[in-house]
Write a protein that binds this ligand. Sequence first.
Ligand code: HEM
Length: 455
Amino acid sequence: MAQDVTDAAVRSLPLAPRNPLPLRELVKLVRRLDTGQEVIRAAGGPVTRIQLGPARVVPPIVAVMSPDGMRDVLGRNDAATDRCIIHEEVRGMAGDSLFVLPNQQWRPRKRALQPVFTKASVRNFGGHMARAAQAFVDRWPTGGEVDLDVECRRVAMQSLGRSVLGIDLNERGDTIARCMHVASSYTADRALRPVRAPRWLPTRSRRRAREAVDAMRTITDEMVAACRADPDRDAPLVQALIAARDPQTDRPLTDAEISNDLLIFMLAGHDTTATALTYALWILGHHPEVQERVAAEAAAVGDGELTPADVSRLGYTVQVLHEAVRLCPPAAGVARVVTRDIEVTGYRVEKGSLVALGLYALHHDPELWPDPMAFDPDRFSPENVQARDRWQFLPFLGGGRPCIGEHFARLETTLALATVIRAMTVESLDDDFECEVPFTTVAKGPIRARLVPRS
Ligand code: HEM
């Protein structure tokens, strides 16, 4: 394993090859967090160094896009990478949370939160997407033309409101979605600039982003206070966070920590689950035969509201979702700062570099995925999954600091997809749709589909 290589041996390794593309092109590609990765890899290989300015001012970026590279960066146990400028920007805007804390401060928080997010525990607060998806279906009793992006965002927001905050957001959902968009676009835009204005500078966009975060925090603060006052209040995740303790020190979380984490769960969970569901519905809308299989599987469970207990009988639906997030990973790329020289696939990555882990390129690599653009849920049959390198498919990342919401997201999107497809046939009306990647991957415009109720 790479971490066994001694420091002296690492020092003797060559740097990752410098990407030969012209600077101007690289600047654009680095901001195009999904498809840009493939162009970068085609020119410089699966581990390639990008220098966007003088090394004293702008740290090198090392793009890593192969399973071996992922393993060498993520599969280490020596904490050689840590949070980077993206996380610092989110921290500056939304405060300390599990997502942004540097490793050392993160560990106790993770120890306290992890038991709340196990596969078994998420059933205590998850499952609301089935009801939110049913509400979507009920809004279209005779079918019609819909924008899948709008509908799935609404489903995700309503179910997150219930699961994370323990409230029905109703029309407040749209306001929160707007606030989240303002705050995350601002932070992502800043994080991706090679040079940025100091945080204390009171720009108009910063003020708007701050107001948006404050509006969201009012809601999370209210929920924490309400649950403190009423321990029987039906908000299981908030109650679980209040009860959570660091198993090593027995320290509970403060109200501010809980509020910040609730905020980040909403931010990290909304666009990601919405995009997974939208893409899955859209691609099923082009593959009627696969859609019929999902519908039959869901119908075999029964016609009542689907619950977490049903997920074990929705194996093919889960495969469809895996294939959807392979093709359209909601988190297209992830970055870390390297805190000491490390080896990545035989190259030296120097302390201070930014490693950019290209999940989009990894998931579309023709060497790893034959005919990578083809939609084929059988890639995720149990036999195929077993035979595959575990570092080849990483929608939720992997290693020591993966997505804490993975089980929850899988549960919710499976129930939602099965609920919609059991009730409706989806016909996608557009051959393709454009995405943008301010932070996570989101649709750039409407995604039109025709819904036809199943008799
Ligand atoms: C399909 C849905 C989702 C995908 C693809 C996804 C993907 C990811 C990825 C790739 C990361 C690593 C980011 C980084 O290290 O910079 C991450 C982290 C995280 N995600 Fe998710 N996520 C999803 C849903 C959720 C949900 C529903 C929640 C909330 C409950 C959530 C909460 C978080 C948090 C708090 C972190 C930071 C974890 C830590 O640093 O310990 N995610 N997610």
